[in-house]
Design a protein around this ligand. Structure first.
Ligand code: DGL
Length: 276
């Protein structure tokens, strides 16, 4: 509860979910943009990775998690799908099923990449489900006259980041950046790399080393946070630091450790069960 002019106001949190720990990269930007808001984060780690499953499977998980967050007391007042894969598979469906409810998704940042690129050769790392989705292909087609996109499905990379398996992360980043072609700032080279999965910013130091310091890495945590501020219901005059709850459908220790490592000062994650 918070006080507004003597009237007690229920604080409704913002719900955020991902297949696992990757959405913490978006949560970090959200907490910086909206420091007084409360957040509930769900890592669907018991069902991760999403990126190599079917679109239907991801839709089912997204629906169940959304309903769970809406049924909480107090209910969430907005939902951020901090997952490119779940956004590609399910954002349209969720918006149809919850008309008028603010749902913010993430998608590979192709437009900001065009703005940043001089060679107009842009690498896109994402999951298979994202790259094969109609949503992503429509976006790519709409921009195809402005740049060439070299799209790389990164099987196993989100999973390696989820498990914090450093040697596998380095091996996969090395393989995938090599498969994409030559990076650099000269004509014909890829000068901009889109991190089209929210797990990948946590491997950005390895990726930057592999592609060279002049290549621009782009993710969309900050734009998503700004968009969330824009669409939030306008009643918030909260003061003080907002609180955070972390839930995992898998091993909560993995989420606790990842949140400590990447956000710092975060609470222990709790186990939750969301079964179909
Ligand atoms: N973090 C997710 C994304 O942005 C999905 C990773 C996965 O579960 O494969 O696409």
């Amino acid at each position: 509860m918070s006080q507004t002019g003597g009237v007690e106001q229920v604080r409704h949190p913002i719900g955020v979910f991902d297949s696992g720990v990757g959405g913490l990269s978006v949560l970090k930007a959200l907490r910086a943009e909206l420091p007084h808001e409360d957040f509930v984060y769900v890592a669907d780690s018991g069902f991760a990775p999403y990126g190599e499953r079917s679109g239907c499977f991801v839709q089912d998980r997204a629906r169940l998690i959304t309903q769970y967050l809406l049924d909480q007391q107090p209910a969430i007042k907005a939902l951020v799908i901090a997952c490119n894969t779940a956004t590609a598979a399910a954002v349209q469906l969720l918006r149809q099923e919850h008309p008028g409810f603010p749902i913010i998704g993430v998608e590979p940042a192709l437009k900001p990449a065009i703005a940043a690129s001089r060679t107009r050769r842009i690498g896109v790392m994402a999951t298979r489900v994202t790259l094969e989705s109609d949503k992503f292909n429509a976006l790519k087609l709409s921009l195809s006259e402005q740049a060439t996109f070299i799209c790389q499905p990164c099987d196993g990379l989100a999973d390696a980041i989820e498990r914090d398996d450093a040697s596998q992360i380095v091996a996969l980043c090395t393989q995938y950046t090599r498969d994409m072609g030559q990076f650099g700032i000269h004509e014909g080279q890829i000068d901009t790399l889109v991190l089209g999965c929210t797990h990948y910013p946590f491997a950005s130091h390895h990726l930057q080393r592999l592609v060279g310091p002049q290549v621009c890495l782009i993710d969309n945590g900050e734009p998503v946070a700004r968009q969330t501020r824009r669409v939030l219901p306008a009643l918030t005059d909260y003061r003080g630091e907002g609180c955070l709850q972390l839930f995992s459908t898998g091993n909560p220790q993995i989420l606790t450790d990842a949140a400590q490592r990447w956000l710092g000062g975060t609470p222990h994650a709790q186990t939750m069960s969301i079964a179909g």
